[in-house]
Every structure is written in structure tokens, then in C-alpha cells.
Design a protein around this ligand. Structure first.
Ligand SMILES: Nc1ncnc2c1ncn2[C@@H]1O[C@H](COP(=O)(O)OP(=O)(O)OP(=O)(O)O)[C@@H](O)[C@H]1O
Length: 256
């Protein structure tokens, strides 16, 4: 089932954005601060109702799906790693099973155990979240999303607080999700991660689409220059690219 938005308008925040995400692919949403990335992801998760336009899960408007269906299909990781309740890691992760409250207990426990292992939280399973580091808390929140086993993972800056090894492990996990026929949509500031790991990229600025397509096209140096006002060039081989930045001055730009 695809997940798409067409002509989405949220006054002052999104101005006619369209995007089609397919299962089996990692889609990255990139853009400068305030571009509307989180707003778009919230609309796609059904948490923010647009002023105009549609969010479609397959053929069906998301607004016509029940809350339970939405929660079963879409796992959403918000940008800020805050937890309202001081529960243990295991209890926090088990909240991810609430949309499937009628599923067999063994299935629920397997999903929780798998998510805890995937996010390397075994040693912290019984620790209250108030006693976790920022990165550990971010991993616990991601594990909650994975425990749902949703058809779609929508994650807003999922690598922001993670160290190198945990970020790489999470990227591998996202790739496993897509290989299993699920869809992954990530808001990313790190353009190298988007370039090396996304299958398609949407670039937005001031609530409008600036570029979209395969990473090599959507994140070409002229797009980066125009959207971020930063001269930059890609180094290295495909899949291992690094971004070399120049001075963000209009007088030193080299668009070759
Ligand atoms: N609750 C809100 N009500 C009104 N305007 C908002 C609200 N939240 C964000 N905005 C504004 O909407 C615009 C888009 O915000 P959004 O959070 O979607 O940007 P973003 O691309 O995710 O930015 P960042 O990279 O800084 O996280 C910004 O100008 C922001 O100030």
C-alpha cells in the first residue's frame, strides 16, 4: 500500500506539496530549518490535519482510517526525544504494541524483544527512561516504533542523537524493513546519509518542493547551492559519498 500526499497545504507551513512514497523504498525528506519537513511528516502520520490536500494510504484518505488502523499501519518517531512518563525501557517499548491489543501475547512479546535487541537496549531493559542518556532515550523511542511492526516507519531525524555504530545499525534495520516490503520515510538534515542510503529524496524549502527524485538528482550540487545557499561538492564513490562544503558566500560560488 503506497503512502502519498497531493497538494498539501498547511497555512504558513506547507504550500502545495505532493509526494508519492512506495513500500520497499527509503524516502528522505530534506530541506533547511523551517522548510516544513516535520509538518509534512506529521500530516503523513495523520497527526496534523492539512488545510487542503489529501494524505492517501493506498487509495484511502488517511482521515477516513480509524485511529487504530492508522496506528497499526504507521509508526511515527517525532523529532524531540521526550518521554512523558518515567516508565522502564521495556514498558515504553511495549506501548508500541497498543494498536495490536488483540494480537496473541507471544507475538507481542516477540515484537518487543526484537525491537529491544535491534536498538541494543537489552542491558537497559529495566532502567527508567529518566535515567537514560539522550541517545539511549532516542533508541528506546525508536524501539517503541519498531515494536508496532508497522507497514510504514515515519521518523523525524532518527539518527540525530545516535553514535556512529548505533546509527549504522539503525540504517541497516531500516533497509531490512524495506526488504520486507515496508516503507520508510525519514526527515534528514545529514545530506550524505540521504545521498548514500535513500532511494528517493524530496527537497523542500519554504513549504514548497524544490527537487525530487533519486538522490543523485535531488541532491545535485546546484540544488544544494540553490536551496541551502552553500557551495558544495560530493566526494567519493556512490554509496560512500561525503559532502565537502565551501563558504556560503555568493561571491565564491563555483557551480561546476
Ligand atoms: N505549531 C506550529 N504552529 C504554527 N507554525 C509552526 C508550528 N510549528 C512549526 N511552525 C512553523 O512552520 C514552519 C515549518 O516548520 P517545521 O517544523 O515543519 O520545519 P522543519 O523543516 O521540520 O524545520 P527544522 O529543520 O528546523 O526542524 C516553520 O516556519 C515553523 O516556524
Amino acid at each position: 500500500m503506497s503512502l502519498g500526499v497531493s497538494n498539501l497545504v498547511v497555512k504558513g507551513r506547507l504550500d502545495g506539496v505532493s509526494l508519492q512514497c512506495r513500500r520497499g523504498l527509503v524516502t528522505a525528506i530534506c530541506g533547511p530549518n523551517g522548510a516544513g519537513k516535520s509538518t509534512l511528516l506529521s500530516c503523513m502520520a495523520g497527526l496534523l490535519r492539512p488545510d487542503m490536500g489529501d494524505v492517501l494510504l493506498g487509495e484511502r484518505p488517511l482521515s477516513r482510517c480509524s485511529t487504530a488502523q492508522r496506528a497499526q499501519w504507521i509508526g511515527y518517531l517525532p523529532q524531540s526525544p521526550e518521554v512523558a512518563w518515567d516508565v522502564s525501557v521495556e514498558v515504553l517499548v511495549s506501548i508500541g504494541r497498543l494498536p495490536w491489543k488483540d494480537a496473541p501475547a507471544k507475538e507481542a512479546q516477540d515484537a518487543i524483544d526484537e525491537a529491544i535487541a535491534a536498538m541494543d537496549l537489552e542491558a537497559l531493559r529495566h532502567r527508567p527512561v529518566s535515567r537514560l542518556s539522550g541517545g539511549e532515550r532516542a533508541r528506546a523511542l525508536m524501539a517503541r516504533v519498531l515494536a508496532t511492526r508497522p507497514g510504514w516507519v515515519l521518523a523525524d531525524e532518527p539518527f540525530a542523537n545516535l553514535d556512529l555504530a548505533h546509527a549504522a545499525a539503525l540504517m541497516r534495520r531500516f533497509r531490512q524493513q524495506t526488504k520486507a516490503g515496508r516503507g520508510v520515510v525519514l526527515v534528514l538534515h545529514d545530506l550524505a546519509t540521504a545521498m548514500n542510503h535513500a532511494d528517493q529524496v524530496l527537497v523542500i524549502k519554504n513549504g514548497k518542493v524544490e527537487a525530487e527524485g533519486p538522490p543523485e538528482i535531488a541532491l545535485a550540487r546546484d540544488v544544494i547551492h540553490r536551496v541551502w545557499n552553500c557551495p558544495a561538492r560530493w566526494l567519493g564513490d556512490p554509496g560512500e559519498r561525503a559532502l565537502s562544503l565551501g563558504q556560503p558566500s555568493p561571491f565564491t560560488l563555483d557551480s561546476r
